[in-house]
Write a new protein. Structure first.
Lengths: 309, 373
């Protein structure tokens, strides 16, 4: 038999039975509202009520465990979904819903509506609400939200959140789609702050080790980008980082902040100190290098004083 | 966003929809290492794979594709993938206790995770037309599956009672309706199944050699202690259970479980087959450095020894992948999707047994090793 015909027959059979059972399921889930909740829900839903009263209603619902009251949860979700409603009130609803979502078993029945409401909130006028909604969605690996972030980086005019926030959120998911755009941003030196965020997000990508080694070694590059790259290289290729760091630390003409960062990173490893590096650190401590670099050298010596003796 | 292969994929799907007898063509597109997933992230590749898998619900599910569907139902936690597998299972017009069990496992795994899903579009950037959820699809598949019966109804009821608030009202109602429908399922419903195709027996255990020893000639590996050696040198010492994993896997049902079970397997083999070696290879050799391997194994109870090791390839990852025909895809250096796979490799480097896309059981592996003697 054709699967489609078979499915149609079984579903027709099911539909006939389902009619008979309609309403049976709802019975045990009739809500038991304690006094006041009904009024708070009505106030929250009433767009003609004063904003302060509606905010107070959200506070009271929050205090009364809204998860136990379906009408309260539905009202909070409806307000969050409504792009015509007040954004600060919607943000308040989102905060309450987010707190409720930590009770994952009980919240499960609202997950579907919550996702829809969050997606709707991405169209809010208020940037804080958009950011908060996006943050929650991206944390749950929502594909729609992740795609919006990437689109926004390609086309800032359509971005839901600012590019620095987008980069921060994209880094939540190491299995995401973002690597191509991250590499593009990391290759451009026009916006050092964004570049640095992109480098941080790329730190999980082992195929970027060459990029990190090249930036960290380049004396003409931005010190922040070099420091970020050095730390990333240490995570992805510790031996390679060690060789590079020893060269940079020994170079008095290099940037002292970068040298200090590399010394500090080497201090944090469990590997035994190398004697040449110990000698270098001793030399730096007694030199007229910046205080930051001398302090890093001192810490290194303290940490590895076994090799020092 | 469109890779060059997307148009070809659309063409295959249209062809299969026109001529369902060609549905086998979809199977190759579902392999994790298919070109259409290369260079895509986990979300987009998962999206496309689910869209493809759902087509089996329409064109019929060939027995060869059943392990792909069961693997998702048993192990995946992503609602869209689960919904697609549930829909695909409805393409098989035959009673299958294996599918019923997998659907129930998926329903358990889904508690608190159900989401609206859209299986209509391949392109993630298009607006979604959500009409269903993974929970609704699982229940529809259970109602549809001829092997589901009153015992299935009891199992669904137990899931519902254990997590009564885990479902949205729509799914809650469908749960109750499904329980009732299965409990009172009449012979007439079962009669709808044509003179029935014999119950399908999917390949849960195969013994396919997947590569030649020459493939491994140049492969150099590094173990969790940092020791490097030619892979052939290790494998040719004795028969070896070979597993694959990576430390950044986000699905606790896959890599973390694999290593935990390897630890259990090691305990069993110590008693019954102490010469058998264990080798767990990472899919992610660029990131899984020795320290990470050591920590990951130790945290899951794996006791390392000369014959129990975790490895990353230093040279020859493509050769290793090709030898075992691994079900793994990459976005650059990042794994975007992988199957569950375990192999028994003899000392002459032939693969004598494969457990692919199944939750392998420690006892089965021990029995296979002992029966090979």
């Amino acid at each position: 038999m054709d699967p489609r015909k078979y499915r149609a027959a079984v579903e027709a059979d099911y539909a006939k039975r389902a009619k008979k059972t309609a309403g049976r399921r709802a019975a045990p889930r009739v809500e038991q509202q304690p006094g006041g909740v009904k009024e708070q829900v009505a106030t929250l839903r009433d767009k003609s009520a004063k904003l302060s009263h509606r905010q107070a209603a959200v506070r009271k619902l929050d205090e009364s465990n809204p998860l136990a009251k379906p009408s309260a949860m539905t009202a909070l979700l409806d307000v969050l979904s409504d792009n015509e409603d007040n954004d600060s009130l919607r943000l308040h609803c989102l905060t309450v819903l987010q707190a409720s979502s930590f009770q994952s078993a009980a919240f499960g029945r609202y997950t579907e509506q919550y996702t829809e409401a969050l997606r709707a909130a991405l169209g809010a006028k208020d940037e804080r609400l958009r950011e908060q909604a996006m943050d929650v969605l991206v944390l749950s690996n929502d594909p729609y939200a992740q795609q919006l972030l990437i689109n926004g980086l390609h086309d800032p005019a359509s971005a839901v959140v600012p590019p620095d926030q987008a980069l921060r959120m994209l880094s939540y998911n190491t299995h995401g789609e973002q690597y191509e755009i991250l590499r593009d941003i990391a290759a451009s030196k026009d916006e050092p702050h964004l570049r640095n965020l992109a480098l941080q997000a790329l730190a999980v990508d082992s195929s970027s080790a060459n990029t990190f080694a090249s930036i960290a070694a380049d004396r003409d590059d931005d010190p922040d980008a070099r420091t970020t790259s050095a730390v990333a290289l240490k995570s992805l290729a510790p031996e390679r980082f060690k060789d590079l760091a020893e060269r940079v630390i020994a170079d008095d003409d290099d940037d002292d902040a970068v040298r200090a960062a590399m010394l500090t990173a080497l201090s944090g490893t469990s590997a035994k100190a190398s004697r040449p590096l110990v000698r270098e650190a001793q030399r730096i401590v007694e030199s007229d290098a910046t205080e930051e670099l001398r302090a890093a050298a001192g810490s290194y010596l303290q940490r590895h004083d076994d090799a020092n003796q | 966003m469109h890779a060059p292969n997307d148009i070809d994929v659309d063409a295959v799907v249209e062809r299969v929809q026109r001529e369902p007898a060609r549905r086998h063509e979809l199977i190759a597109l579902l392999d994790e290492n298919a070109p259409l997933y290369q260079g895509r992230g986990a979300v987009v590749s998962g999206w496309i794979r689910a869209w493809l898998m759902a087509k089996f619900g329409e064109v019929g599910l060939p027995p060869e594709a059943l392990p792909l569907v069961v693997e998702v139902l048993e192990n995946d936690l992503e609602p869209r993938a689960v919904a697609a597998a549930a829909l695909a299972s409805r393409g098989m017009v035959a009673p299958s206790a294996e599918i019923v069990a997998a659907l129930l496992t998926a329903l358990r795994n889904l508690r608190g995770r159900d989401e609206p899903v859209d299986l209509e579009t391949r392109d993630i950037t298009l607006p979604t037309r959500t009409t269903t959820t993974a929970g609704l699809e699982l229940l529809a598949a259970l109602r549809w599956q001829p092997a589901a019966d009153a015992r299935t109804a009891e199992a669904i009821e137990a899931i519902d009672h254990e997590w009564p608030d885990a479902w949205n009202p729509r799914v809650g109602r469908a749960l109750a309706d499904t329980v009732l429908a299965l409990r009172t399922r009449t012979p007439a419903t079962l009669e709808l199944v044509p003179a029935l195709l014999s119950p399908q027996k999917p390949y849960v255990h195969t013994a396919l050699p997947v590569g030649t020893a020459n493939n491994l000639e140049s492969v150099i590996v590094e173990d969790q202690s940092g020791a490097r050696l030619p892979l052939r040198q290790y494998l040719s010492r004795s028969e070896t259970v070979v597993a694959f994993f990576y430390t950044r896997c986000q699905n606790p049902n896959k890599c973390s479980t694999t290593i935990t079970k390897l630890a259990e397997l090691r305990r069993e083999l110590t008693k019954t087959s102490p010469m058998t070696q264990i080798a767990a290879f990472t899919y992610d050799p660029g990131y899984d450095l020795p320290e990470r391997l050591l920590r990951y194994g130790a945290d899951r109870g794996l006791k390392f020894s000369d014959t129990v090791r975790m490895f990353r390839t230093v040279v020859g990852q493509p050769e290793l992948q090709s030898f075992f025909a691994l079900h793994v895809g990459y976005n650059g250096s990042i794994v975007n999707r992988h199957g569950i796979e375990l192999f028994l490799v003899d000392a002459d480097l032939t693969v004598s047994r494969t457990w692919s896309r199944v939750r392998w059981q420690v006892n089965d592996v021990v029995d296979a090793i002992n029966s090979a003697r």
